[in-house]
Ligand binder design. Structure first.
Ligand code: GAR
Length: 194
């Protein structure tokens, strides 16, 4: 069973999709904890599923590195095989990223390398793009620059608002994230057998 810690900052609809998928006893991954950088609305999903939660707010620390070290300790406490950034809206410094190398993935609402950063959907619309999508990738020291695991394309409809487009992207994103984590877990199982 793949142990997963999910980090969120927002509504947590991707987290909820993972929690729902993991309810199936045949799903090969378990969400062992959910963390956030603030009292995010999405933490309620973890509480309903009786999954441990933790909040580590940057404002309580003197530096970004100190904040990340405490966040890392909270993550490591749960001994995860995989850490998933699902709408976690803070850039993680090198000390955090290096400690979780190969185990840290992010989901992002664009076809990377296009439209990196916190406003990917808005930026795609502003650029007049006709398609965008979702990318699940490993996290490295850069912003949305890590190795791409999988992508899925979404057509942009004429006159579409940022909210409507993001909601359509998230529908695709949730399914892709669940499938990607399932594949990680199956790969880990195969490696354990070999
Ligand atoms: C998702 O679309 C995720 O890709 C995005 O935030 C949304 C969170 O939705 N992340 C980023 O933009 C990171 N740069 P959710 O809280 O409903 O899961």
């Amino acid at each position: 069973m793949l142990s997963v810690v999910v980090l969120i900052s927002g509504s947590g609809s991707n987290l909820l999709a993972l929690l729902k998928a993991a309810e199936n006893p045949l799903f090969p991954a378990k969400i062992v904890a959910v963390g956030s950088d603030k009292d995010a609305p999405g933490l309620v999903h973890a509480e309903l599923y009786e999954v441990d939660t933790f909040v580590v707010e940057p404002s309580r620390f003197g530096s970004k590195e100190q904040w990340a070290a405490t966040l890392l300790a909270s993550v490591q406490h749960h001994q995860p095989d995989l850490v998933v950034l699902a709408g976690f809206m803070r850039i993680l410094p090198a000390n955090f990223v290096a400690a979780l190398k190969g185990k840290l993935i992010n989901t992002h609402p664009s076809l990377l390398p296009d439209f990196k950063g916190a406003h990917a959907v808005r930026d795609a619309l502003a650029a007049g793009a006709t398609k965008t999508g979702v990318t699940i990738h490993y996290v490295d020291e850069g912003v949305d620059t890590g190795e791409i695991i999988v992508q899925s394309e979404v057509e942009i409809l004429p006159q579409e608002t940022e909210h409507a487009l993001h909601e359509r992207i998230k529908t695709i994103e949730r399914a892709l994230l669940v499938k990607t984590i399932e594949q990680f877990a199956l790969k880990q199982k195969d490696l354990a057998k070999a």
